[in-house]
Design a binder for this molecule. Structure first.
Ligand code: AMP
Length: 413
């Protein structure tokens, strides 16, 4: 199937061609006709499948006739709600690319930065608004935006949105829009709570599923190193010196762990940036840009900070800490070997993480290749290490939370 078969008009087709897209991806092929048909949809697809264009292109096509409304007469006709700021910015970039040859105006609003410039943008009139839930409701409360004309509401990364505690906000946002609107729900996975939300707010939705087993992509080489917990940093340095080259995304479970590894790698002369929930929006965006532009080749991240972010040209993913939720492994490693390229996923497993490996292998129906030839092997009989603080009492515990984390208690990611 070609994009022409999807009934997109010439200005959109031209922009897609300039973006270098030859044919629609599977999720686009399956989703676009229903969106153009004004149906509600539930799409289970991960980042990397082309899901953003799957809603952006038909929205632009449907709004095309409004493009010439005078700026101050523009109403928000499409609203895209995104759980994280980085994802919101990325969605904006996609819309900008695809709408190059239209007069449709897209804007993004999110928390963590000054509200004033966002007010100005809204005042000038936009057709498509991308927003994180908190800031959107803030602006609405202050009567700075009107959702009475929303025809299409997109809930992107719905599972993450609910994991982050936005359920009430999402329901509120849905009620603020008109009853007749179309809702497009995108989610990497469809757990029970997403299903429940869909049942409450969607109207006879079409279900579209795009295989999420990117982990079994033949292009991803998946290798496993058993290593004592205390030697993980040494093994990571050893691999960076001898084995892993190119652009590398390293996952750690905690913000504390991310900071610690970043310091070690910096001391060892590596060009590193990091993202996690305690960093300001500007710092996170800056770090991401430096990584995307190749100014640094290593990015360390927590899962939630990195979810949904589209990073192309990744050579390797390192699971420095293994995730306790096996699906997270699939999300993480799906970021390498995109679009036919090859990549490697390295997993470092300590004694206390062995059960995670069992669950991951069960999920992906694959035995990972165990690399035994390395300087820090784990004794197969070894028991999980119990971390003993050298000092008495809670000093170690106190040090684990950064100042930012203490201040922002509500944020857990
Ligand atoms: P997404 O899943 O929306 O995050 O998209 C992942 C990547 O695929 C982005 O870099 C898009 O620019 C790219 N992309 C989206 N649709 C296509 C397509 N039809 N052909 C080639 N690349 C695409």
């Amino acid at each position: 199937m070609s994009f022409k078969d999807l009934q997109l008009n010439k200005p959109i087709l031209r922009a897609i061609a300039e973006a270098g897209y030859d044919n629609p991806t599977l999720v686009q092929e399956k989703t676009i006709p229903f969106v153009l048909d004004k149906r509600d949809v539930i799409v289970s697809a991960q980042t990397g499948t082309g899901k953003t264009a799957a809603f952006a292109l038909p929205i632009l096509q449907s709004l095309f006739d409004y493009q010439d409304a005078p700026k101050n007469g523009k109403k928000i006709k499409a609203l895209i709600v995104s759980p994280t700021r980085e994802l919101a910015v990325q969605i904006l970039e996609n819309f900008k690319t695809y709408s190059t040859y239209t007069n449709l105006r897209t804007a993004v609003v999110f928390g963590g930065t000054s509200i004033e410039p966002q007010k100005d943008i809204l005042n000038k009139g936009v057709d498509i608004l991308i927003a994180t839930p908190g800031r959107l409701l803030d602006l609405h409360k202050q009567d700075l935006l009107n959702l009475d004309y929303v025809e299409t509401l997109v809930l992107d990364e719905a599972d993450l949105m609910l994991d982050m505690g936005f359920i009430d906000d999402v329901k509120k946002i849905e009620r603020l829009c008109t009853k007749e609107k179309q809702i497009l729900l995108f989610s990497a996975t469809i757990p029970y709570k997403v299903e429940q939300l869909a049942n409450t707010i969607l109207n006879n939705p079409e279900r579209i599923e795009v295989a999420t087993n990117s982990s079994t992509s033949r292009n991803i080489n998946q290798v496993l190193y058993y290593v004592p917990k205390r030697n993980k940093i040494e093994l990571c340095l050893h691999l960076l010196r001898n084995t892993i080259k190119g652009s590398i995304l390293i996952f750690r479970r905690t913000k504390f762990g991310v900071d610690k590894l970043e310091q070690t790698l910096l001391k060892n002369g590596y060009k590193v940036e990091s993202i996690h929930g305690d960093k300001t929006q500007n710092l996170r965006q800056e770090a991401l840009n430096k990584f995307k532009n190749g100014y640094v080749n290593i990015l360390i991240a927590t899962d939630v900070a990195a979810r949904g972010i589209d990073i192309n040209e990744l050579d390797a993913v390192i699971n420095f800490d293994l995730p306790n939720v096996p699906e997270t492994y699939v999300h993480r490693i799906g970021r390498t070997a995109r679009a036919g390229k090859s990549g490697t996923a390295y997993s470092l497993c300590s004694a206390d993480e062995k059960t995670y490996i069992t669950n991951i292998q069960q999920l992906i129906q694959l035995q990972l290749d165990v690399i035994e030839d390395h300087p820090y092997p784990l004794d197969p009989k070894s028991k999980p290490e119990i971390h003993k603080s050298k000092t008495q009492g809670s000093k170690h515990k106190k040090g684990r939370k950064s100042e930012g984390s203490k201040k922002k208690k509500k944020r857990w990611y």
